[in-house]
Write a protein that binds this ligand. Sequence first.
Ligand code: NAG
Length: 235
Amino acid sequence: MSKTKTTAKTAGGSRLKKWFFRLIAVAVLYVTCQYLDTIKHRWYVFEPESLHQLAKAAIAASPDPNDAWFMTNYIVKNLTETYSPTQVALNLDTSEWFFSNAGGAMGAMYVIHASITEYIIIFGTPVGTEGHTGIHTADDYFNVLVGERWVFSPPNLQMERYPAGSVHHVPRGQMRQHKMHEGCFALEYARGWIPPMMPFGFADILFSTLDYVTFYQTLHIPGRETLKNLLIGKI
Ligand SMILES: *[C@@H]1O[C@H](CO)[C@@H](O)[C@H](O)[C@H]1NC(C)=O
C-alpha cells in the first residue's frame, strides 16, 4: 500500500519535472527566435528600392511591353553583374519555370534566388488569376512588369490598381485579395523569414490540385537554391 503511494508520488514528481523542462525549452526557443528576428536584416543582400529600379529598367528596355521573357533575362543578367557569386547564389536557368498554386491563385514562377531570409522570383500568368495573398512572416514587394495587379484591402472598398512599373507592398502579417486581371507578370521580392511561408505554398497542392509534379518542383527548386546559399554562408 505505502509502496504504491511512493511510486505514484515519484511518477508525479518526474512528470512535473518533464513539464518544467519543456517550459524552459519553449522559453529558450521563444527568446532565440525573438533575438534572431532583431538581427535578420544582417543577412539581407537585396534592397526593395534597387529591385524596383531594376524592374522599371527591364520594362523600359523591353522591345514589347508584354515580353516577360525578355524582362526576366534582363533582370537575371543585371543581378549576376551586380552581385558576386561568393555573396549570393542565383539560379541562372531562366527556362526553369514551374506552376504555382497558392491561396487559390494559379500561375507559374521562376526562382531567381531563395534563402532563409530572402527570395526573388518572377511570378505570373498570361491568362489571369485571383486569390488570397496568404499571411506571411516576410514583407512582400510585388514589382509589376507586365499587365496589372488589382488589390482589395478592406475597409478601403475601392480597388487598388498596380500597373506595370509600380510596386505593391504587402507588409509582414497582413493579407489582401489580389487579382491578375488579365496577363500579368511580376518580379516578386520577399524579405523576412522564408521557410514558414512554405505550408502556404503546399496547401493548395495537397488539398486541391494533387499535382505531384508541381509538388516535387515546389519542394526541390527552392530547397536546392536555399541549400546553395547556405553553402556559401548566405542565410
Ligand atoms: C542594374 O540595374 C540597376 C537599376 O536599373 C542599375 O542602376 C545598374 O547600373 C544595373 N547594373 C548593371 C551591371 O547593369
